[in-house]
Design a protein around this ligand. Structure first.
Ligand SMILES: [Zn+2]
Ligand SMILES: [Zn+2]
Length: 273
């Protein structure tokens, strides 16, 4: 089986290791393909995304590593675009991930995945404590952004569940929530039918979530809609590049998926699960 990861951060945004350290670790772990996805510069000041100077450094370094390691591993220059990214030309990248990490109100930032406390504050201050309203706004913002920028991969589609283990904030079984999430899936697939949904193990590593994003009911629906999937680790450190991949593969198989869609320097391929 071809081993690949397309969701990889470094010290140039909010990761812990250099690009080279991530590449060396990927080689050690036997990955065949490594896609970097640094956070694109935002249209506001942020401490987790790259600024313009770092972006330039990022692009140059990844290209250099791609050439240097070409006989060992296929390195792809990607980028994680947030709905509030600063809108630069994205023509130069091998692939893009489209994600939403916060709401904006004027010049104020209301984070979704920074911490449980910051998400509680977001829901309280922006949505009057209504978690379903927050979810609705999140999925609408994500689907609108995906339709506008048509990235290759949808990033952590149900990021709003990051701190919701045991349904401490809202019930993911509630029809209100499920309808909102599945409506976003429909809208995204209507805009770009060959888009890839990532099955992302990042929160399993970072906050001990028991399953990857997306939740089982979304996985079932993706299978029903014949959507394409890939497994990613949303890695911010050398030790997590292929974290829980075997579990994630089993998770995908349990919904009847038989193939993953992989990106390579030569284009897309399908790989048996
Ligand atoms: Zn992200
Ligand atoms: Zn990320």
């Amino acid at each position: 089986m071809i081993k690949a990861n397309y969701h990889t951060h470094s010290v140039l945004c909010d990761g812990k290791n250099t690009l080279r350290e991530m590449v060396d670790s990927a080689c050690d772990k036997g990955l065949h393909i490594l896609g970097f996805s640094g956070h694109a510069p935002m249209n506001f000041v942020s401490d987790w995304a790259m600024d313009k100077d770092r972006l330039e450094k990022y692009v140059n370094e990844v290209k250099q590593l791609k050439a240097e390691y070409k006989d060992k591993i296929d390195i792809l220059l990607g980028i994680e675009l947030d709905a509030d990214y600063d809108g630069f030309d994205i023509g130069d990248f091998d692939f893009t991930i489209g994600s939403v990490h916060q709401f904006r109100d004027g010049d104020k930032d209301f984070p979704i995945d920074l911490s449980a406390a910051s998400l509680e504050k977001t829901v309280e201050e922006q949505f009057g404590g209504d978690w379903y309203k927050m979810c609705e706004c999140y999925y609408n913002k994500l689907a609108d952004f995906i339709c506008e920028c048509k990235p290759d991969i949808v990033g952590h589609i149900d990021l709003v569940t990051k701190y919701n283990q045991g349904y401490v904030y809202f019930s993911e079984e509630d029809e209100r929530y499920r309808k909102i999430a599945l409506r976003a899936v429909d809208k995204i697939l209507d805009c770009k039918s060959d888009i890839i949904f990532e099955v992302n193990t990042g929160a399993m590593y970072r906050v001990g979530k028991t399953v990857p994003y997306p939740a089982p009911f979304i996985m079932e629906y993706l299978k029903k809609r014949n959507a394409k999937i890939t497994v990613t680790s949303d890695s911010h450190s050398v030790d997590s590049l292929d974290f829980a991949f075997e579990k994630a593969f089993d998770y995908c198989r349990s919904f009847g998926f038989e193939k993953l869609t992989l990106l390579t320097s030569e284009g897309r391929i399908c790989c048996d699960l």
